[in-house]
Design a binder for this molecule. Structure first.
Ligand code: ADP
Ligand code: ADP
Ligand code: ZN
Length: 216
């Protein structure tokens, strides 16, 4: 199964990708996570990507297409994958179509997570993750059961992303509307677009996505 989670920054793509991956045995492919790892490791890709990411702009298509093209060749992608944060431009979507055609694969569904812009700023400025296992949390919406201790691995170290600040969020939202929203009619025309209510509770969103997957 090949699924895309599509939605603005903070829509809940990463949160849901982790849950769906655990339930369905799909691998989560997050270009944001891969790019952050490249920046941290100071690779050539990381050096090229850093300024774009810091300012809330998209990294160039050739870089992210290259990352995904390499990644889907790996063994763990054989039984399917869930794309989180890719594609983000029509050029990336066209490149993905071509990559899938070359491998004889087809895209099963694009799940659009619809969320109001106003709630996205709160979601992003309250977001943090476990420094050890990357489990996601939120200051008010999703706290660890025991304050300061990760539910999944017991770590007491957490990270906040440097681009999760109010100014960069505004720029990231504008980028989404200008460059990523055109993917909605693109996938609608392919007959694969499924829209769900991303404003619902986290558990309810998971139910909605699982319902879409069951119908495939
Ligand atoms: P979000 O939480 O906003 O959905 P991501 O972690 O997916 O953010 O991405 C963080 C940043 O990494 C983006 O603002 C952008 O600079 C870069 N990025 C991630 N995926 C892509 C992509 N498919 N194309 C271009 N840039 C990307
Ligand atoms: P994305 O990957 O789309 O950028 P995340 O999954 O990281 O978004 O979610 C952004 C923040 O919002 C996280 O702190 C997460 O805990 C929180 N969150 C995710 N889904 C919901 C929801 N349905 N309701 C309230 N908060 C949510
Ligand atoms: Zn953890």
């Amino acid at each position: 199964m090949i699924i895309i989670l599509l939605g603005p920054p903070g829509a809940g793509k990463g949160t849901q990708a982790t849950r769906i991956m655990n339930n369905n045995g799909l691998v989560q492919l997050s270009t944001g996570d891969m790019l952050r790892a490249a920046v941290a490791a100071q690779t050539e890709v990381g050096k090229k990507a850093k300024d774009f990411m810091d300012s809330g702009k998209l990294v160039t298509d050739d870089i992210v297409i290259g990352i995904i093209a390499d990644r889907i060749e790996e063994d763990d992608c054989k039984s399917g994958f869930l794309l989180d944060g890719f594609p983000r431009t029509v050029a990336q979507a066209e490149a993905l179509d071509q990559l899938l055609i070359n491998k004889g694969l087809k895209l099963d569904a694009v799940v659009e997570m619809k969320v109001n812009d106003e709630s996205l700023v709160d979601r992003i400025t309250g977001r943090y993750t476990c420094a050890e296992c990357n489990q996601g949390y939120h200051d008010t919406n999703l706290k660890p059961q025991k304050a300061g201790v990760c539910d999944s691995c017991g770590s007491t170290n957490f990270n906040r992303r440097s681009d999760d600040n109010r100014e960069t969020v505004v720029s990231r939202l504008a980028t989404y509307h200008a460059q990523t929203a055109p993917l909605l009619p693109f996938y609608e025309a392919q007959g694969v677009l499924k829209t769900i209510d991303g404003m619902a509770d986290i558990d309810d969103v998971t139910v909605q996505i699982n319902d879409v997957l069951k119908q495939l």
